[in-house]
Design a binder for this molecule. Structure first.
Ligand code: DXP
Ligand SMILES: NCC(=O)COP(=O)(O)O
Length: 250
């Protein structure tokens, strides 16, 4: 089964936030992405709401519930109390826990599972009681002991942080080295019984090698590269291009 595509709407929201006006509409672009066959929508609300705003979440939840009930809502973020309240209110099908400091421009590393064992254990327990799938952001580092902690605390999936892989678009040898590390990390996660997602700086160009190395990849969430292409090709055509790059029959 090819990897599913979840479209991250943060970059659309950031463009909208340039003005105190409601366009481009995050929900309308989300609808076009789902109509073009995306399997879900992702948002990463940050405490300062500089990307997606807390008020964007209810319309996205309603869009999925009323028009695309076979697709999923994925909410990503650091599990502070305000984030946990958002998740409790909007009940996404998947929560992706990311170790972001509010001052970070964007996500740039996975969890240190040894250091964050207790924090993640409590939070994952709370989310599992709500019946939500939980994914935890992980570096492409084939450290079996660390990944075993992710399994122990009750996570369902890891999301591989693919930023370094996305960043070496002009260095094929480094790309090949990094995709192998991501692949070895995924192999261990699968062996431990964790499913594997991936995301950050994925593009139509770098997806094929990733899905070839990780054929059981469950889902990719993509925002920045996909939104860039949407400006050039339109959202619907871009979603189809990314779905093909995931190996989907489009
Ligand atoms: C966890 C991750 O890699 C993405 O959620 C990324 O943080 C997207 O958010 P921005 O596009 O707002 O940086
Ligand atoms: N989880 C990663 C994500 O949602 C999108 O990241 P990016 O494509 O905006 O880098």
């Amino acid at each position: 089964m090819p990897a599913k595509l979840s479209v991250n709407l943060n970059a659309i929201a950031m463009l909208r936030n340039r003005r105190d006006l409601p366009w481009p509409s995050v929900t309308d672009l989300g609808r076009i992405a789902l109509e073009a066959g995306a399997s879900g929508l992702t948002v990463h609300p940050r405490p300062d709401q500089r990307h997606v705003r807390f008020s964007d979440l209810a319309p996205i939840r309603a869009l999925i519930d009323t028009e695309f009930s076979s697709t999923e809502f994925n909410i990503e973020g650091f599990p502070e109390e305000s984030f946990m309240r958002l998740v409790e209110e909007h009940r996404p099908e998947q929560v992706t826990l990311v170790p972001d400091d509010p001052a970070q421009a964007t996500s740039d590393h996975g969890w240190d599972f040894r250091k964050s064992h207790n924090l993640l254990g409590n939070v994952v327990g709370r989310l599992k009681k709500l019946g939500l799938r939980v994914s935890v952001f992980a570096d492409g580092d084939p450290d079996r002991e660390a990944l075993a902690i992710a399994k122990d605390i009750g996570a369902d999936r890891i999301e591989l942080y693919t930023g370094p892989y996305g960043g070496c678009y002009d260095d094929p040898a480094e790309g090949a080295r990094l995709v192998e590390l991501l692949g070895e990390t995924a192999d261990i996660a699968h062996d431990l019984g964790l499913d594997v997602n991936a995301g950050h700086d994925l593009t139509v160009a770098n997806l094929p090698a990733l899905v070839a190395r990780i054929p059981r990849l469950a889902e990719v969430s993509i925002g920045h590269g996909l939104t860039s292409d949407a400006l050039q090709y339109g959202m619907a055509e871009t979603v189809r291009r990314f779905r093909r790059a995931c190996g989907q029959d489009v």
